[in-house]
Structures are given as C-alpha cells and as structure tokens.
Design a protein around this ligand. Sequence first.
Ligand SMILES: *Cc1c(COP(=O)(O)O)cnc(C)c1O
Length: 234
Amino acid sequence: METPGQTLHGVLQTIENAAKLAGRPAGVKLLAVSKTRSAAEVAALAGAGQRAFGENYVQEGVAKARELAHLGLEWHLVGHLQSNKAREAATWFDWVESVDRPKLVKALDEARPAGRPPLDVLIQVNVDDEASKSGCAPADVPALAAAIAAAPRLRLRGLMAIPAPAPDPEQRRASFRALRRLFDALASSHPGVDTLSMGMSDDFPLAIAEGATLVRIGTALFGPRGQDLPKEPG
Ligand SMILES: *Cc1c(COP(=O)(O)O)cnc(C)c1O
C-alpha cells in the first residue's frame, strides 16, 4: 500500500505535468479536501508536506482546525455556507471559497476577527445553471465582486465552481472554459484576483489545461469516501 507521502507525491507530479503542458510550471496549488477524514489522516498528509486543506461543513472543519491548530495549516471552506455559521467560518477558516450572495459578504466581513488578516474569499459560480446547486449566476459575479472588494475584512481572490458531472469530457471542458472567461474578466477589473478554483479528482488535469490555479482533491489523495454526505440545507 502507498504511504500518504507517496500518494501526495503522485498527485503533485500529475499537477506539475499538467501545469507544465499548460505553460504554468509552478502556478497550480493543491487543496486537499479532507471532508469525512479524521484529524489523524489530515495530520499524516500534513506530515508529508501538504499545508492547505478543504472542508465542506463548518462544524467538521472547525473541529479539525482546532485539534490541529499547532500544525499551522491553511483551512478552506468549500461547502455551502449558511449565514448563521458565518461567524464561526470567519473565525476558523483562512479562505471561504463558497461566497455566493451579498448577505454572506456582509456577515463574513462583520465576523472576521480584528486580529487576523482579511479573510480570503472566492465567489462560487453556478456555471452550468443547475437548479440544485449553490453558487451565483455568472451575470451576478460583477456586483458580488464589487461588494467583496468594498468589504475591509475580506480579500477577493477569484472564483470557484463545481461543474455539473458530465461523462463527456468536451462538455466539462466547455464549463471550464466558460469559467476561465469569467475569471479573466474579473481579474482585469480587480487586481488582487489570482485564483481560479476548479478541478477535482476525476478531472483536474483537464481543469489545469483550461486555466485552473487551484485544484480541490479528495479521493485521489485519501481514497474513496464511504458515502458522500448529504448536502447541507441552505
Ligand atoms: C468533495 C469535494 C471535492 C473533492 O472531490 P473528489 O472527487 O473527492 O476529489 C472538491 N470540491 C468540493 C466542493 C467538494 O465538495
């Protein structure tokens, strides 16, 4: 069986190769998505050198961030965020990748503790316009970006999306391309924007080819999850 370090090395190698092919030799960041994994599994991967971890649920993420605070890891919230959990999220996470409505901008800005640097945020875009998904409509990105840019305790870093599962790679490529266009437009009007979060275990090389700067990977690092958790109610 592979050690966590060997698995990590293999994923990093695949990222590096895809980035090189895309002409961005050192530009793609790995977020290890650790939902459903124990703090011990996170610590093992951290011991192999991984620093950034992603969680879907505030409570689960906070519990791990507290337990592993001594390791100084970077925590990203990648799941849907309810406004009533904004305070906890703004306190314990370093990034929130799932900002998709003005109410959340206000709640996170007010809740980010004064002693911490501004909270890094991504706008989650519902790129395939799926009724069941979180994320704002592509047309709503500019207004939401302006609200984030005006919030002193938040720092707008870019976009995140979870394209619809499409067995046809060309369909997925089209979603990634649409995101890239939105990202380029956003970056041209907001100088601090440098992060395009797209690509998971089964499609990250394609996402990198289409311009991802951050890939969110769970299964390829930790193995299959027993069962996927139900979506948190909005
Ligand atoms: C679970 C999850 C991932 C990782 O998915 P894998 O297929 O296990 O790599 C990435 N992003 C989000 C938002 C997730 O919920």
